[in-house]
Design a protein around this ligand. Structure first.
Ligand code: 5RP
Length: 239
């Protein structure tokens, strides 16, 4: 556990140190790895090594961390960001050999995907346990659905070969309600799937808002290993 936390921190710091520059419009991801990137940005701002950062926080969790660290953050629609980012740094649940991803373990997939596609460059920070040969064999892919489509979308997802579980909240009775008032259906696939096709097919289902396959924008991936090294896989992070 401690070792894994150390790897998450190493990946987050390495990405920020390599990619973040003063004056950037910066997307900040969600989760226990992305938070280390946020903390590194906060640290560099406090030291004066970075300035003039305009951040976009992809979740309530990230907003709170920005608030705590004094990182200025704005809505994506604001005059400061005008719907575009220079770089987004985030975490992931699975990364395949083509740097395609499953994201949404923290339930923030919708805004995380909007940030990824609104960014000129995209970086993912993970520890080595997130690296897989094929997506969807281990981690279930989250699908955000509007509450009225819980059953109908669930049936359509089963027809695509998935086993569907409504995500339950911890320390609150009932399901997880996303920051947009929706539900999360976690989908397990037993047979091998084509992630790019599946990303598309899932989003055709009425009532689906977004799903956790991220296949169309290859990020640069910072992978922290147990031996203390951080491997960088992929080039520019551009679309
Ligand atoms: C949140 C996400 C996270 O980036 C993903 O779940 C990885 O989280 P962690 O770094 O805590 O393992 O997509 O929606």
């Amino acid at each position: 556990m401690e070792q894994q936390t150390g790897m998450k921190e190493a990946a987050g710091r390495a990405a920020v140190d390599a990619l973040v520059h003063s004056g950037m419009k910066l997307g900040l991801g969600t989760g226990s790895t992305a938070i280390f990137a946020i903390r590194r940005v906060g640290e560099l701002l406090a030291q004066g090594a970075l300035n003039d950062i305009s951040a976009f926080a992809t979740s309530f969790q990230s907003e709170l961390e920005c608030e705590r660290l004094g990182i200025p953050f704005y809505p994506l629609n604001s005059r400061e960001l005008s719907g575009g980012l220079d770089l987004t740094i985030d975490g992931a649940d699975e990364v395949d050999p083509h740097n395609r991803l499953i994201k949404g373990g923290g339930g923030a997939l919708l805004i995380e995907k909007i940030a990824a596609y609104a960014s000129a460059a995209y970086a993912i920070t993970v520890d080595e346990s997130k690296i897989v040969n094929s997506l969807g064999a281990g981690f279930p892919v989250p699908v955000e659905v509007i509450p009225a489509a819980r059953v109908s979308a669930g049936k359509a997802l089963e027809a695509l070969g998935g086993t569907v579980t409504l995500r339950e909240a911890l320390r609150k009775a009932g399901p997880v309600i996303t920051e947009h008032g929706n539900l999360i259906l976690d989908i397990r696939f037993t047979a091998p799937i084509n992630p790019a096709e599946m990303e598309n097919n899932i989003n055709q289902i009425p009532g689906v808002v977004e799903n956790g396959f991220f296949t169309r924008k290859a990020p640069v991936v910072y992978i922290a290993h147990l031996d203390g090294t951080v491997e960088v896989r992929g080039k520019s992070g551009q679309a």
